[in-house]
Design a protein around this ligand. Structure first.
Ligand SMILES: Nc1ncnc2c1ncn2[C@@H]1O[C@H](COP(=O)(O)OP(=O)(O)OP(=O)(O)O)[C@@H](O)[C@H]1O
Length: 332
């Protein structure tokens, strides 16, 4: 959820005067409202000369928070939702797509958790390359640590379909087309991410449905590096920002019918065992959670299902991380 300043254009009541009242109570964003005592805030507003206007502003922010909640859906609506409009996007790894019953599903928030060098970024880049190559639409890559590599993306263009037989110019044209379908942007903190998501949601809401160019995949590599700096301590503010960012991503995926793919690095847990950096409060948010692991020195990464809305956890598949050669490796 965005800083209050970003809401003025859509909701003029959240003007400089209202924001000044809020900031005098330590409220700068919609999240700050969630962790504030609203009864005492309303009581403070009562004592101000512009109390009516301030109360209207508070009601407006509350209705924005209300809109963030998932609507109630009955079983039939959920079934129709599952059967309609959603389709699968290829990851470029045959066995991973089989494991996921077709690939990355539009409308889903999918998490790749795993230790450093397990192949999270490679899988994101590979999926981006294949979706663009198959002319399925646009991909947006939000890069938090300079992990986006255009050279790596071009090396993933499936050699078995064209590159070995295509003349050099045609292969170059293909590469240029793929690259121009992938938008990349650096994001360095959670507030910048919120801002990007907010703008994206407004832009996608306004856009017509040009199937050839519509946004299909949003990658955030890595979401954990944006969120872990604000976690910790007794303050629940960081956790509430994390949860609201997770729900904003799910809403964007659902409303704009795109897949959101995020990566989550590992940290040392109890007894030194590695665990995903975004822990307990995060783990129920994504529709699909996949764990990547890789033996030291091996070029094969194993993808296991930790959580999936429509399949039992535990299934696994493998893919080869290095080289541009065919990636399929038999499942276990
Ligand atoms: N351009 C490349 N060509 C060949 N292999 C590469 C290339 N880039 C990365 N790799 C291989 O892929 C491995 C996994 O890298 P990747 O960046 O996907 O890991 P990761 O799980 O995202 O790690 P981190 O959490 O540190 O970002 C690397 O250790 C390296 O062996």
């Amino acid at each position: 959820m965005p800083p209050l300043k970003n809401l003025e254009q859509e909701f003029p009541i959240i003007d400089a005067e209202f924001r000044q009242f809020c900031s005098s109570h330590g409220i700068f964003s919609v999240e700050d409202f969630l962790v504030n005592d609203l009864y005492s805030l309303a009581a403070f507003a009562e004592g101000e000369a512009i109390s009516d206007k301030l109360k209207q502003g508070i009601a407006q922010v509350l209705s924005i928070i209300d809109r963030q909640h998932q609507p109630w859906l009955n079983g039939l609506e959920l079934l129709e939702d599952a059967q309609m409009k959603k389709r699968f996007l290829p990851t470029g790894c045959q066995w991973v797509d089989s494991l996921l019953q077709g690939g990355l599903r539009e409308g889903h928030l999918v998490e790749l958790a795993g230790p450093s060098s397990s192949g999270k970024t490679q899988l994101c880049l590979r999926a981006a390359a294949h979706i663009a190559d198959r002319k399925l639409g646009t991909i947006m890559f939000l890069d938090t640590g300079n992990s986006f590599s255009p050279e790596r993306v071009s090396s993933f263009l499936d050699p078995s379909t064209t590159s070995s037989s295509l003349p050099k110019e045609a292969q170059e044209r293909r590469c240029r087309r793929v690259m121009s379908s992938i938008l990349c942007r650096s994001v360095f903190d959670i507030f910048e991410l919120q801002d990007v998501l907010n703008r994206l949601s407004i832009t996608l809401g306004r856009k017509g449905k040009d199937e050839a160019t519509r946004l299909r995949l949003l990658v955030i590599d890595s979401i954990s590096s944006l969120i872990t700096p604000i976690l910790g301590g007794r303050d629940s503010h960081g956790r509430s920002l994390m949860v609201s960012a997770g729900y904003a991503l799910k809403r964007l995926a659902d409303e704009s019918n795109l897949c959101v793919l995020v990566t989550n690095h590992m940290v040392g847990g109890e007894g030194g065992l590695p665990k995903p950096a975004l822990g307990e409060s995060w783990k129920s948010i994504p529709h699909v959670r996949l764990l990547l692991s890789r033996e030291h020195g091996s070029h094969i990464s194993t993808v296991s299902v930790l959580r999936h809305t429509s399949m039992a956890p535990g299934g696994a598949a493998k893919f080869a991380i290095d080289g541009g050669q065919p990636i399929a490796v038999s499942p276990d």
